[in-house]
Design a protein around this ligand. Structure first.
Ligand code: SF4
Ligand code: SF4
Ligand code: SF4
Ligand code: SF4
Length: 314
C-alpha cells in the first residue's frame, strides 16, 4: 500500500465526516487494530481502514474519493466493531462511496456493480465451501485452484440444507447450562436483527446466524457441526454488536468451529483449504473490482462472469 502524501489539496472533510456521520475519525489513535482484523487486508493486504480513517482526519477529500480502496471494502463492519475508540471506519467508507458518486468520481452504475460483485463473491464462497467440505469428508484431496475454476464455470449456489433432528440430538439441558451458556444463546428471541445485519447472510440463502443458534438451542448439534454454515461466518462480530438480547453469536460460532474439528467432524486440513479459498477469492475479487474501476466514470455494462474468468486467466 502506498504512503499517505499530504498536499495542499487537503480540505475540511474531517468536519463533514464527524458532523454528519459520527464516524469519529478524529478519535483514531492509530492503534492499527482495524487493519489487522480487516478480512480483506488479512487475505490480500490491499485494504487499510486505518489509512482511510487517517486520510479523512487529514481532510484528503480528493485522494479518498478518487481511490479504489474505498471500493475494496466488503462493509462487514469488523473494523467498527473492534475499534477501541469506537471509530466507525465502515460507516465512513460507506459515506465516501456515496460522496464519490455524488461528486462524479465514479458513476452510479459503478457503485451498483460493486454491490453485485460482493454478492456474487459471497455466493461463490458458499458454493466453494460446500464442495470443499464434501470432498474432505470423503477423504479426497482439495485442489483449491481447480475447485475455484470448476465452480466459476458451473455457477453453483450453496443449498439451504435443514439440519435433521434425529440421533444427533443432544440433551437440551446439557446445552442450556453447559460449556457455551456464557454466549447467552438461550436468550435469543429470534428477532433476526443479526441475520439482516450479517453480510454473509444477506448474500447466501443457506446461511443464517439464527439458524445456527436455534439449532444449538434445540440440541441439533452434529448435523449443524458437519454443515458448511459455521465456516461461512467471517467472525466480523456484527451479530453480537446488534443483538439487544446480548447474545454473542460470533463467539458461539467460533467455539462450535473448534468443536467440529475436535470431534473430527471437520478435518484440520479442510480448515486450511477454506482459508486458501478465501485468499484465492479475495485476489480474484481485487482484480475484478480493479477492472471495473478502470472504467469507473463511463461504465454502463459489466459482464461480471467474463471479468471473473479474465481474472482467473490472468
Ligand atoms: S481500530 Fe480505531 S483507533 Fe485503532 S487505528 Fe482503527 S480506527 Fe484508529
Ligand atoms: S468494513 Fe470490513 S472489509 Fe471494510 S474496512 Fe472494515 S473490516 Fe475491512
Ligand atoms: S439479534 Fe439476538 S435476539 Fe435477535 S435473532 Fe439474533 S441472536 Fe436472537
Ligand atoms: S454470523 Fe458471522 S459473519 Fe454473520 S454477523 Fe455474525 S460474526 Fe459476522
Amino acid at each position: 500500500m502506498e504512503a499517505i502524501k499530504i498536499n495542499s489539496r487537503a480540505t475540511d472533510l474531517k468536519y463533514v465526516v464527524n458532523a454528519f456521520f459520527e464516524s469519529g475519525t478524529l478519535s483514531c489513535f492509530t492503534c492499527n487494530t482495524c487493519t489487522v482484523e480487516c478480512p480483506v487486508n488479512k487475505t490480500v493486504g490491499k485494504l487499510d481502514p486505518r489509512k482511510i480513517v487517517r486520510m479523512a482526519a487529514f481532510g484528503m477529500r480528493e485522494e479518498l474519493l478518487g481511490s479504489v480502496d474505498i471500493w475494496l471494502c466488503m462493509q462487514c463492519n469488523k473494523c467498527s466493531n473492534i475499534c477501541p475508540q469506537r471509530v466507525q471506519p465502515a460507516a465512513a467508507i460507506y459515506y465516501f462511496r456515496n460522496l464519490a458518486v455524488k461528486d462524479g468520481f465514479v458513476s452510479e452504475q459503478f457503485s451498483e456493480i460493486n454491490v453485485e460483485i460482493d454478492e456474487y463473491f459471497q455466493k461463490l464462497r458458499g458454493a466453494l465451501y460446500a464442495s470443499a467440505l464434501a470432498l474432505a469428508k470423503e477423504g479426497k484431496e482439495i485442489d483449491v485452484d481447480k475447485l475455484v475454476r470448476e465452480t466459476v464455470e458451473t455457477s453453483k449456489d450453496v443449498a439451504d440444507i435443514p439440519y435433521e433432528a434425529g440421533e444427533t440430538t443432544v440433551k437440551v439441558e446439557k446445552l442450556l447450562f453447559g460449556e457455551f451458556s456464557e454466549t447467552r444463546f438461550v436468550q435469543c428471541l429470534t428477532c433476526r436483527e443479526c441475520s439482516v445485519s450479517c453480510i454473509v447472510s444477506r448474500a447466501i440463502r443457506g446461511f443464517d446466524p439464527v439458524k445456527i443458534m436455534r439449532s444449538y438451542y434445540l440440541g441439533i448439534v452434529d448435523d449443524m457441526l458437519a454443515s458448511p454454515d459455521l465456516w461461512l461466518c467471517i467472525s466480523c462480530e456484527t451479530c453480537s454488536e446488534v443483538c439487544r438480547q446480548g447474545v454473542k453469536g460470533n463467539v458461539l460460532i467460533s467455539r462450535l468451529k473448534n468443536q467440529a474439528v475436535e470431534k473430527g467432524i471437520i478435518p484440520p486440513d479442510a480448515v486450511e483449504s477454506l482459508a486458501e479459498i478465501d485468499g484465492a477469492l479475495h485476489e480474484i475479487r481485487f482484480e475484478v473490482i480493479s477492472n471495473a474501476w478502470n472504467r469507473r466514470k463511463e461504465i454502463e455494462e459489466f459482464d461480471l462472469r467474463a471479468a471473473v474468468k479474465d481474472a482467473l486467466a490472468g
